[in-house]
Design a protein around this ligand. Sequence first.
Ligand code: MG
Length: 392
Amino acid sequence: MIVDVVVAAGGQGRRLGGPVAKQWLTIGDRTIFECSVAACAASPLVRGIVVVVPDQDLAAARTLAARAAADKLIEVVPGGARRQDSVAAGLAVVPADAQVVLVHDAARPFVTTEVIARVIEAASSAGAAIAAASVHDTVKRIGCDGAQCWIEGTIPREQLALAQTPQGFRRDVIDVLLPAMTSGADVTDEAALAEQLGYRVHVVEGHADNVKITTEEDLARARRTLAGEAPVAPVVATRIGIGYDSHRFAAGRRLVVGGVHVPDVNGLAGHSDGDAVCHAVTDAVLGAAGLGDVGGLFPDTDPAWKDADSLGLLRDGFARVTAAGWRLGNLDLVVICHRPKIGRLADAIRASLAEVLASTPDRVSVKGKTPEGTPGLDDAMIVHAVALLERG
Ligand code: MG
């Protein structure tokens, strides 16, 4: 069964009162929005995710949603004036082959995969379903005359449930709901509209933690919940490593800098291809992981490494780093030489290193310096590298 989710963050969250809409506030180290999107993406039953946000937040939301939903993100679209207009905008771009579509509120970051699975199953069989929490407190109907309130009756709590999201609908129901959403009267949620259209909306068990963050108290409670769960939350560990290398320029050698071939310039002397950038980077990442250095792994006394492709050595070295559970956080390089001009090569070097380090160029920095006022360095390339590794 193909299931997609519309995460609705179209609202401005005015009840929290601040200048920032509630979905952009953070709990832990992520926004409420990211937590909600990631919680939906974590369900193995969910194929894709459409996100609806206020028009002015589109650019930022695209970055956050891509990070939270990874390869499950289908599209980020602007919302409308009312919640139902926003949901309709999201439903309109859900691929036609989705057999069940869930609608989830971006202000509910703690939804569980079990709740998502229950809604999917019920929506698939019944056409429309909603997660709801049981009411444990005794509920009173009250009367008020302004200054004073009194009990007028007790409502049997077995007849009550607190509506949550996700709410789920089969494709044939969506096809009826969607036009009614944009043309119809105001409704508080999609389930209410389905009721009005004559569908029986099935109720499945929600979760007490699947709260909607609406007030300052909700936000404080959510932050406390997350802090209390810190031991089981992902912990990001970091390690720093430093690398250094220098090679003399030599006539008749091919110049390779960070795996990038530079024509018309003398190459660097060395047992391997002399790529000092790759050697310094290899030392930095190995050093951060506590796995030795390039000279120990690929000794220049070993004929196997004669004229070796140093980018390949870096790839081999970094494979040991990833096998130990680390990934690259970022890498910063200073390359000191008169020629070639490193600034013109920087983007190509960043792309080359990022590819080998299973990262992206935005996490790799390459800065060129000339050795002004440093006697004896005119005929060499010197490289300093600092690498941050992370895991968790
Ligand atoms: Mg070297």
